[in-house]
Ligand binder design. Structure first.
Ligand code: NAD
Length: 487
């Protein structure tokens, strides 16, 4: 890996990783440029792993597996705890790295590092509390003893939008459970993953327990790993389209899959909501990571009585955000990840405007260097515009008007996704009633941020399978084994 230009001025040299990380060794290489989305400049180049490299990573994970699963939970816990500590000590450098390669504003990057590190702390604690079960059969014939064993070698695939947190949300529970892993981060943001692997090494993660590789050919590399009978788990976070393909591939060898896929979160505001609280929540739910979040509010449904005030307030707040490179201290809204992402947002907005929507602020990409799209509010959006069906993944807030509770629930559920939803109302009874009616894995009630390492994160419908975080997250990396015991 080579580092160029401004990255060496920002990032801690201790975090400059050397290349593919396989079996505890760093293997230098090139082939994948990493861009600064604020300028389009190349920040660094990382290795392009081939299928053979990936299979060597499986060999390394297999060689380390028996010893790691036999390592006492307390020791596994202490290694994760040290890794948490090291992330906390290097928080500022990691945040800068994320701001550089992903583009998000520094406060968001700092928030991500804190959130990411918490998964190591949480699973350091959970490693020592792996549940079991003992029961008598109803017939009295024998006893049921249930143990949980590590599921085995796990392939972890992560997206670019949370380069640290999506990795720790998988590595933490996998290591706590006793599994060895191969992490394949997104090619857009590999530097954070490699930097974290460096810290893992320092924390005492044994060679082969965590392997990291980047590739230009994720399909070939992943398919080869899934075809290897030693691999027993795929934990994927990314788009629903890629997830569907991976589920089909994993079916060939019946590999257990956890899938954290796309979202299309509705954000419901009822007439009785506290307007300022709803606006504050809307800004968090929409603008964390400039809208590049799977939980991002994608559709604002606002009841007729509060609609105009909400649009006015949201427009003012969005128009006041300062845009710029994520790593500039004053920036509140950084660039999008790629020019392609800007084009997709532009298409969705242009199409909505053609169908009758009106931009009260923003509405067109910024000219000049970098991949910038301005904070945008759209009102009068037809409910059947493409922007209501697709993940926007950018700083655009389409607002729709509704009249009745039943209509709001029907609109909220009119999507193939079911990851996150938000409700603002002063009536808790209504919040719970509407919440029950919404098909979602997570619901924010009078709150624009729901992610928490101690809570189960995940979706229903085509937003995914399984949950990450919380007390159940570790079980995604374990198999129940039932002993029928007679004594
Ligand atoms: P993506 O699906 O394009 O890529 C995700 C990862 O999969 C990357 O590492 C990529 O290299 C890899 N990949 C791509 N094609 C592959 C293939 N054929 N085989 C194996 N791996 C492949 O998604 P993205 O653009 O990086 O991320 C944005 C998406 O992720 C959005 O849809 C967002 O909602 C979703 N996301 C979901 C969650 C969640 O927890 N549900 C969290 C963050 C992001």
């Amino acid at each position: 890996m080579t580092f160029q230009g401004q990255i060496s001025g920002y990032a801690d040299p201790a975090l400059h990783a050397q290349g593919l990380y396989i079996g505890g060794r760093w293997e230098a290489g090139t082939g994948i440029p990493v861009y600064n989305p604020a300028t389009g400049d190349i920040l660094a180049e990382v290795p392009d792993a081939a299928v053979d490299d990936a299979l060597r990573a499986v060999d390394a994970a297999a060689a380390a597996a028996a010893k790691w699963r036999a390592t006492p939970p307390r020791q596994r816990s202490e290694i994760l705890r040290r890794w948490y500590q090291l992330m906390a000590e290097h928080a500022e450098e990691l945040a800068m790295l994320i701001a550089l390669e992903n583009g998000k504003a520094l406060p968001d990057a700092r928030g991500e590092v804190a959130y990411a590190a918490e998964f190591f702390r949480w699973y350091a604690e959970e490693a020592t509390r792996i549940p079991g079960e003992f029961r008598h059969t109803p017939s009295g014939s024998h006893q049921i003893l249930v143990d949980h064993e590590p599921i085995g070698i796990s392939v972890l695939i992560t997206p670019w939008n949370f380069p640290a947190a999506m990795a720790t949300r998988k590595i933490g529970p996998a290591l706590a459970a006793g599994c060895t892993v191969i992490l394949k981060p997104a090619s857009e943001t590999p530097l954070t993953a490699y930097a974290m692997a460096r810290l893992g090494e320092e924390a005492g993660v044994p060679a082969g327990v965590v392997n990291v590789l980047t590739t230009r050919n994720p399909a070939a590399v992943t398919n080869a790993m899934l075809a290897d009978p030693r691999v027993r788990k795929l934990s994927f976070t990314g788009s629903t389209g890629v997830g569907r393909g991976l589920l089909a591939e994993a079916a060939k060898t019946v590999v257990s899959c956890s899938m954290e896929l796309g979202g299309n979160a509705p954000f419901l505001v009822f007439d009785d909501a506290d307007l300022n609280a709803a606006l504050d929540g809307a800004m968090v739910a929409k603008m964390r990571n400039a809208g590049e979040a799977c939980t991002a509010a994608n559709r604002f449904y606002v009841q007729a009585g509060i609609h105009d005030a909400f649009v006015k307030g949201l427009t003012e707040r969005m128009a006041n955000l300062k845009m710029g490179p994520g790593y500039d201290a004053a920036t509140q809204c950084g660039p999008m990840i790629t020019q392609k992402a800007v084009r997709k947002i532009d298409q969705l907005v242009t199409d909505a405007i053609k169908l009758g929507a009106r931009a009260t602020t923003g509405g067109a990409p910024l000219e000049g260097t970098g991949y910038f799209y301005p904070p945008t509010v759209l009102e009068n959006v037809p409910v059947d515009a493409a922007i209501a069906a697709e993940e926007i993944f950018g700083p655009v807030a389409p607002v729709y008007r509704f009249e009745t509770e039943a209509e709001a629930i029907q609109l909220a559920n009119d999507t193939e996704y079911g990851l996150a939803a938000y409700i603002y109302t002063a009536d808790l009874k209504r919040a719970m009633r509407v919440g029950k009616g919404i098909e979602t894995g997570m619901l924010g009630i009078n709150r624009g941020l729901m992610s928490d390492p101690a809570a189960p994160f995940g979706g229903v419908k085509q937003s995914g399978l399984g949950r990450e975080g919380g007390v159940t997250g570790i079980l995604e990396f374990m198999e129940a084994k039932y002993y029928a015991v007679e004594f």
